[in-house]
Design a protein around this ligand. Structure first.
Ligand SMILES: [Zn+2]
Length: 76
């Protein structure tokens, strides 16, 4: 866990699965990932590899490379 307390508001942090929306090139993909979420303010903190995953998805969407995505837009 990257933080014990939220750096923004000092709230308790909890590890959980969240759905993040990634947009690019007029497409939208929803991605289920693990994040560290602030119990008080709801801030989400993602591990570096997850941030890279979002960037990869965004780039693919911008290039219209959507064949990796299921019809629902969910990243497999
Ligand atoms: Zn917070």
């Amino acid at each position: 866990m990257p933080f014990e307390k939220c750096p923004v508001c000092g709230g308790e942090m909890v590890e959980k699965e969240v759905t993040e929306v990634v947009r690019g090139g007029g497409h939208t993909a929803t991605v289920k990932v693990n994040a560290t979420v602030c119990q008080r303010g709801g801030e989400r903190y993602f591990p570096l590899e997850t941030v890279r995953l979002f960037e990869t998805i965004k780039t693919k969407l911008e290039r219209q490379e959507t064949e990796d995505f299921k019809p629902t837009g969910r990243y497999a």
